[in-house]
Design a protein around this ligand. Sequence first.
Ligand code: NAP
Ligand code: G4F
Length: 320
Amino acid sequence: MGKTALITGITGQDGSYLAELLLEKGYDVYGLIRRLSTPNISRIEQILDKIELVEGDLTDQSSLDNAMRTAQPDEVYNLAAQSFVGTSWNQPVLTGDVSGLGVVRILESVKHQCHDARVYQASTSEMFGKVQEVPQSETTRFYPRSPYGFAKVYGYWACVNYRESYDIHVSNGILFNHESPRRGIEFVTRKITDSVARIHHGLASELRLGNLDAKRDWGFAGDYVKAMWLMLQQDQPDDFVVSTGETHSVREFVELAFEEVGLDWEKYVVVDPKFVRPTEVDLLLGNPAKAKRVLGWEPKVRFEELVKMMVKADVERLSK
Ligand code: NAP
Ligand code: G4F
């Protein structure tokens, strides 16, 4: 018999790629979806007839219990979060409730409703924050630099504790930044490629950004959801860094993206203090050696290809 998976955050970037991957593998896929005045299903429209949606919210325990009872999942992928670092300073309590405490609600629900389900927690390189070593690995000490970062540290340790206390098969994927044409528009990569496409089509004349010196280890979301799945196929739960092992600055991303449409970025980019954060994560660079060794996982899409893919998709989208 095929397996059943429940994905929280199925309407987000990663949720949509993961749902497609699991359908390809023959899973029955359930997705937790929260009530909004206008449903946000644009990323999963192409698979709506193949998945089951269950209403629920990470801040509401009973809805999570109901989702677990309905789906009876073999695997739970907890991808839901208030995931935008910038917003976490304006909404620190909500961020803690969803991205931190929400993890405990998921674990409680699994403990009581489907104890044998395997759980994936969307942990993050933001936990390394002001990095204590370069590159960062599973043993690097955390030093979060935002309410989002410290909420995720709480969620991470909740998973470790439920694994040790209750023998729940729960793994943390410590994923470094991963992007795609489905990336939310407020994140820097998509903000850049969307603006480049607008400028190219004569729909905009400038791009306002914050810190161009920040460096990130950027990979492709389609590659990273494969690592999530692999973690839950292991006999033993564990924690894994998932990254490319390369780092690039926001400036490099900008240069390449403008180059793609034959424009000089310096004529269009304006540095606006409004987008500079109260505390910055200056440099992220992950060491994916453990994921390669234990999971046999490696990223396929490299930085230049990722930038091209995203610019191309936005240029095409806006030409319609
Ligand atoms: P995303 O596109 O922002 O998706 C977030 C998802 O969470 C959306 O489906 C959203 O639903 C859902 N959500 C938000 N609040 C919720 C709530 N209270 N109850 C239920 N669902 C809620 O994020 P992503 O890029 O796919 O990232 C997936 C996960 O990986 C997140 O936990 C993120 O923090 C983590 N992560 C991401 C990266 C990255 O680079 N992308 C790296 C490391 C870790 P709506 O559509 O209704 O808003
Ligand atoms: O694209 P960002 O907003 O992503 P950030 O903060 O690295 O967080 C993302 O990756 C994390 C994994 O490390 C995830 F956990 C998290 O959920 C999210 O997916 O910003 C990247 C960098 C930052 O240093 C920021 O200061 O770009 C810099 N930046 C410069 N100008 C900007 C801008 N970021 C945004 N969003 N907008 C700007 O105008």
